[in-house]
Design a protein around this ligand. Structure first.
Ligand SMILES: Cc1cc2nc3c(=O)[nH]c(=O)nc-3n(C[C@H](O)[C@H](O)[C@H](O)COP(=O)(O)OP(=O)(O)OC[C@H]3O[C@@H](n4cnc5c(N)ncnc54)[C@H](O)[C@@H]3O)c2cc1C
Length: 380
């Protein structure tokens, strides 16, 4: 049976997130963007409403909900501000390796206290020389008795420097490629952990992005996730899950741009009539609606597969690639519909366009998504 309706609980959750995004996030989105300020008050607010860490089991102070609920909230938050949404939803990405591969003891020790307060977490995979080619990472780990010692650095880490928990991927030996990668939980106050400067970004400027540096950082062996050499698999499984969430963020930005363009087109008068009367504008609006609606279908399908324990690699890559590509198109068209005003920071749509661009890049560029999609097709 196919059913596209949300349960009452899902609708209530979405409405709660929508109200928070409209009343609290959207009004300050331009300020946070221009000043590139860390949105701690919004993180506190989202946490107070129970809108963070939704996919962590309730036993560890999470929401005990599924990927679909996470996507519903991500869409709403991103419609308010993609930078704020990326900051908050970054926790889903960073905590998923622990939810997937952590022992009950690790969840109790690290995740339960983490989720009890408005904390942030960071997922540390990318390096300066290892972006799409994750397996070429150079951050090393060596075992010394009951401890591991980490050395190296990670690039472009969302919530780097503002997090209390880091999930870190490092290699026992770079020549082992993906077989040498291990995953670890690193508390934010561990000696040997430091951060680079905050990146000055094109968009999503409310989200902190920094280099994360490990200088002879020591952690107990008990902080390792899974077995030695399982880190690559843990990272890939995490990304398969998380991609629907990124797609939902892209969907939220695209939807917000469409709604802004729709409203503006009905108000703006040229040649004695609202520009919405011109077929050229109507067709752009119609294309926007088609793209936003079809992206949402794909986001929901990818999340549904995750929630039903089915393979989702193909669908989550399609969702991420498609939703972020259409977000770029829809936000660009929204700027076009606003005309010259669309290019001015006083109006909301130029920010949407800048914010959307990142979604085609992070958590696997859209070229890499197309590789994943093609490989899945050819394997069938
Ligand atoms: C703001 C921001 C936040 C981020 N947050 C995080 C985070 O929290 N954690 C984290 O680990 N990482 C994070 N990243 C890193 C992000 O995931 C990487 O930037 C991304 O995976 C691409 O890696 P790269 O930048 O090294 O590009 P490269 O891998 O160097 O790619 C450059 C270009 O080559 C293309 N390309 C590369 N390989 C292939 C191929 N085989 N076939 C076809 N085309 C190819 C790419 O698609 C791209 O167009 C973030 C990045 C940014 C900008």
């Amino acid at each position: 049976m196919i059913d596209f309706s949300l349960t009452e609980e899902q609708q209530a959750l979405r409405d709660l997130a929508r109200d928070f995004a409209r009343d609290k996030i959207a009004p300050v989105a331009q300020d946070y963007d221009q000043t590139s300020t860390h949105p701690q008050d919004l993180i506190n607010g989202a946490h107070n409403l129970g809108l963070m860490n939704l996919t962590v089991p309730e036993a560890y102070n999470g929401g005990g909900l599924g990927a679909l609920e996470d996507c519903l909230v991500a869409e709403e938050f991103a419609a308010g501000c993609a930078g704020v949404a990326t900051t908050i939803m970054g926790n889903s990405l960073a905590l998923t390796p622990i939810v997937l591969a952590g022992t009950p003891e690790q969840l109790e020790q690290f995740v339960a206290p983490f989720c009890a307060a408005p904390n942030l977490a960071a997922f540390c995979l990318t390096e300066a020389g290892a972006g799409s080619d994750v397996a070429s990472m150079r951050t090393t780990v060596r075992r010394e008795g009951d401890e591991y010692v980490l050395n190296g650095s990670k690039r472009f880490i969302t919530n780097g420097g503002t997090s209390s928990l880091y999930t870190v991927f490092a290699t026992l030996d770079p020549s082992l490629k993906h077989k040498g990668i291990c995953a670890f939980i690193v508390p934010g106050d561990t000696p040997g952990l430091s951060f680079g400067k905050k990146e000055d970004k094109m968009g999503q400027r409310a989200s902190d992005t920094r280099e994360v540096i490990f200088d002879n950082l020591r952690i107990p062996v008990a902080n390792r996730l899974g077995q030695e050499g399982e880190g690559f698999l843990i990272a890939m499984k995490t990304l398969d899950r998380a991609r629907a969430g990124v797609a939902a963020l892209a969907l939220g930005v695209g939807r917000a741009a469409m709604e802004a363009a729709l409203e503006y087109a009905q108000q703006r008068q040229q040649f004695g009539q609202p520009i919405a009367q011109f077929q050229a504008i109507q067709f752009m609006l119609a294309d926007m609606a088609m793209k936003v609606e079809t992206a949402r279908l794909m986001v929901w399908k990818a999340a549904w597969l995750t929630d039903n324990g089915r393979p989702n690699s193909l669908e989550s890559s399609i969702a991420k690639c498609y939703a972020s590509d259409i977000a770029m198109e829809v936000t660009t068209d929204a700027v076009q519909i606003f005309g010259g005003y669309g290019y001015i920071k006083e109006y909301p749509v130029e920010k949407y366009m800048r914010d959307a661009k990142l979604m085609q890049i992070y958590e696997g560029t859209n070229q890499i998504q197309r590789l994943v999609i093609a490989r899945n097709l050819l394997r069938r």
